[in-house]
Structure formats: structure tokens, C-alpha cells
Ligand binder design. Structure first.
Ligand code: MG
Length: 160
């Protein structure tokens, strides 16, 4: 039995914040604004898993009004989604993701992001895809005002 899930996330880019993607701190002029560490990739992955299981979304489990999650590492949110997934008897078959960001170039950090995700999802890195693209100078991404992540995940019931 398979389940497919989709997740996306967007955050404003501002000066004076670290840029954290897939748990990796990226040297950059701007970082993502947000209540937690604002890791758009981990937020989108968390939403994709919750979505595959029809368990709501990241905001319904981890409110941005809750002071517990102020500056929280987003690995906490993903770990909880993985725990709920395991509880329902599912595992991740594979995951594909795209980060949209005008700068800096993310290529040097992709391997580390894939490894972090593989560890969190308890799968081999060959089943984890992280891609990056720019906004071609268009819209909020292209104008270096926002960062976005989009994710699809396929879950499989363990006894299938
Ligand atoms: Mg978010």
C-alpha cells in the first residue's frame, strides 16, 4: 500500500538571520525569517509526510504562536512526523525536492542536505533527491526576497 504526499513552504529572506536548509547552515547574505529556524526544506518535507498520511499540516502540530518552537531546530518537527509515520506502519520509499533560491548557489551543500534528510527519514541517501534552482530574476524568488521548497514523498506500508 502506497501513499503520496506533497509539501511546500516559502519564507521571506531578511538580513541578520542564518540560512538553514536541510539542517545545513549555508553562508549567505540573508537568511529566512520565521518563528523556528525557518528551514523551508525540512518544513516542506514534514508537510509532505503529514500530507501523505492525511494528518494535517506542520502548523496544526507546531503552532508558530507556541513559544516552545521559537528558534527551534526544524529537525524536531520532522522527527515527530517520522514518528507518527512509523506509528502508522509506513516508511519512506523515496523523496524528491526542489529548493528555489536566487543566491547563493546551493550545489556545494546538496550532498550534506541529502545525508541529513536520509538520516532523519531512516533511508539510504540514494532515495533522497534535493535539487536547486533560481527564480531567473523573476518574482519574489528571483528578486532575492524569498526562498521556497517543494517536496513529494512516497510512503510504503511496511508489510507490503
Ligand atoms: Mg515554514
Amino acid at each position: 500500500m502506497f501513499r503520496i504526499g506533497f509539501g511546500n513552504d516559502i519564507h521571506r529572506l531578511v538580513s541578520g538571520r542564518p540560512l538553514i536548509l536541510g539542517g545545513v547552515e549555508i553562508p549567505a547574505e540573508k537568511g529566512a525569517a520565521g518563528h523556528s529556524d525557518a528551514d523551508v526544506l525540512l518544513h516542506a518535507v514534514t508537510d509532505a509526510i503529514l500530507g501523505a498520511l492525511a494528518l494535517g499540516d506542520i502548523g496544526s502540530h507546531f503552532s508558530d504562536q507556541d513559544t516552545r518552537w521559537k528558534d527551534a531546530r526544524s529537525e524536531i518537527f520532522l522527527a515527530e512526523a517520522v514518528r507518527m509515520m512509523k506509528e502508522k506502519g509506513f516508511g519512506v520509499e523515496n523523496i524528491d525536492s526542489t529548493i528555489s533560491l536566487e543566491k547563493p548557489k546551493l550545489r556545494p551543500f546538496i550532498a550534506a542536505m541529502r545525508e541529513n534528510l536520509a538520516r532523519s527519514l531512516m533511508i539510504e541517501v540514494e532515495y533522497v533527491s534535493v535539487k536547486a534552482k533560481t527564480g531567473e530574476g523573476l518574482d519574489a524568488i528571483g528578486e532575492d526576497r524569498a526562498i521556497k521548497a517543494e517536496v513529494v514523498v512516497l510512503l510504503k506500508k511496511n508489510d507490503f
